[in-house]
Design a protein around this ligand. Sequence first.
Ligand code: RP5
Length: 165
Amino acid sequence: MTEQNKPLVGVIMGSSSDWDVMQNAVAILKQFGVPYEAQVISAHRMPDEMYAYAKSARARGLRAIIAGAGGAAHLPGMVAAMTIVPVLGVPVPSKYLRGEDSMLSILQMPKGVPVATFAIGEAGAANAALTAVAMLAANDDALAERLEAFRATQTAAAKAMVLPE
Ligand code: RP5
């Protein structure tokens, strides 16, 4: 792995069942050409791996971690507790409470260890990745230009919207 394609963003999720949602984050990172890595790390089923991932994240060069989980979604908070790399939390919709449980689990961090928390589901995953892009764009003019262009495209599409008669 060269310095150029060393992952800058880590995308982790509690289960492969989270992929449907979390692939929306990966799609954005791919679209912007941001080097990333993606894997399953379960807080309650793989605590040792979660520990190792969080503890090594900064030294491995990660500049943001996008963490998605559902239910009692402690993955983002636990990872944030063990690294100063910013953690962007994505609440994954759960079977019985439709992700409101996930959202509150991730959102309600006590003062001192933040998790930037996004909307439940696909929009949250995409927006977490767009936020990671914006963070990296602070020190990368080419990436900033691509982000400006992305926004301009959205603006043009909205301006071209026509309502039915
Ligand atoms: C959480 O439990 C995962 O993040 C997932 O959203 C949820 C269900 O996991 P599976 O039972 O589908 O593996 O840990």
